[in-house]
Ligand binder design. Structure first.
Ligand code: GLA
Length: 390
């Protein structure tokens, strides 16, 4: 049976992507082929009158991705299931209002420092800095008005890999308490190989911490509001033998703990829900940083593979980053209604935030997040979309 064959291929932890593709899946490719494009449209206005633009990227296989200038948010990502039917596999809202009212970072660019900084305090070059404590006692995802809430400049960008939009933001010295004038560029490319490729670059005129990521919530089996289900049946494999255990406020203890023999182990493909009940955190679920490698890599390397058996959709993640925050939407509690009237309940989406480890700025043994003045920060993460071959 085809599903089993794929499960078998997935079970081979060391299986190169090419073999997986050759054996059981192929790049998501609905017929007929079309011309790739990038189109700009209006996405409405912020309460202060600022125009928000939307860019729609379509590759020649018909995959599409929409991004808006508010928060550089990915609002829509359409990929085919195993029958070729397109579906929007990211959580979000039908219009700007939903994003402005406040939400748990659906699809957003995160910065300056993704994840947590303990008590909003850090030292850099002997100087103490205080940033907002917007998550219990800690700083989370760049503060009160992080990169997820600012308006980015956007332009269509020529990229031979596929349709592309370039976002730019100039974060002034002192913004959210961080030092240095920081220029940030994000390229979103929908490649002809059916990948969403996100390239980040940044430069500062003072030494400053930086840790950028994207906070998309995925559900590879999207349905209408009556039938939408959680992601616990998605099968996940993570290329990580260790993770960073945390305290009650989700700050790492500093240990790099082995995943083996625990519900944290996704070195072999496992349904997300298979051992989630054994976790003891509140609200229960995965919200942990996995250690992919000890340092950044020059080019993106295999980090994760996800497969949803009913739809036949698969996704692989490749990144230059050393960490991946695997988050199973534990804080979604049914209070937010998203696209198509779908009520987002617990575990209705999962995130794989590729970045550095939480609270790195206070852990000298973790890979550094300090960007030196005048140097260039880069990070690349690729989401590759696949389908089971029927
Ligand atoms: C990150 C954090 C989670 C949660 C979400 C947003 O993934 O690790 O704890 O705060 O963002 O709800």
């Amino acid at each position: 049976m085809k599903i089993q064959t794929l499960a078998l291929a997935l079970a081979l932890a060391a299986t190169p992507a090419t073999l997986l593709l050759g054996a059981d899946t192929q790049p998501a490719q609905p017929a007929p082929a079309m011309k790739s494009s990038v189109e700009k449209s209006s996405y409405g206005k912020l309460p202060d009158g600022t125009e928000i633009g939307q860019y729609t990227l379509v590759n020649s296989n018909g995959l599409s991705c929409k991004v808006i200038t508010f928060g550089a948010i990915i609002t829509e990502l359409r990929a085919p299931d195993s029958t070729g039917k397109m579906g929007d596999i990211v959580l979000g809202f039908d219009n700007l209002d939903g994003y402005v009212k406040g939400h748990p970072y659906f699809g957003a660019a995160i910065g300056r420092v993704a994840n947590r900084i303990a008590k909003g305090q850090f030292k850099l070059n002997g100087k103490s800095f205080s940033v907002a404590t917007n998550n219990g006692p800690n700083h989370l995802h760049g503060g009160i008005k992080g990169f997820d809430k600012v308006v980015w400049k956007a332009e269509v960008y020529t990229n031979q890999l596929g349709p592309c939009v370039k976002f730019t933001y100039l974060s002034p010295d002192g913004e959210e308490g961080y030092p240095g004038n920081l220029t940030v560029i994000i390229l979103y490319t929908l490649t002809e190989k059916n990948e969403l490729r996100i390239d980040y670059m940044a430069k500062s005129d003072k030494d400053t911490p930086i840790n950028l990521t994207n906070h998309s919530y995925f559900n590879l089996n999207p349905k209408d509001k009556e039938n939408q289900a959680d992601i616990l049946g998605h099968i996940v494999q993570l290329n990580a033998k260790r993770y960073t255990p945390v305290d009650d406020t989700l700050i790492p203890t500093g240990e790099l703990k082995k995943v083996s023999g625990s519900p944290m182990d996704f070195t072999k493909p496992m349904p997300i829900g298979s051992r989630i009940g054994k976790l003891t955190n509140t609200p229960r679920g995965y919200d942990h940083n996995y250690v992919l490698k000890s340092e950044v890599s020059q080019s993106p390397e295999f980090a994760a593979r996800v497969y949803e058996p009913e739809s036949g959709r698969g996704m692989e993640i490749y990144t230059t980053e050393p960490g991946l925050q695997f988050y199973t939407g534990n804080f979604l509690d049914g209070t937010l209604t998203g696209k198509g009237g779908v009520v987002y309940k617990k575990h209705f989406g999962f995130c794989m935030e590729t970045d550095h480890f939480p609270d790195s700025i206070n852990h000298p043994k973790f890979p550094t997040i300090v960007l030196k003045a005048g140097e260039t920060y880069t990070q690349t993460t690729i989401h590759k979309f696949l389908v089971r071959v029927e």
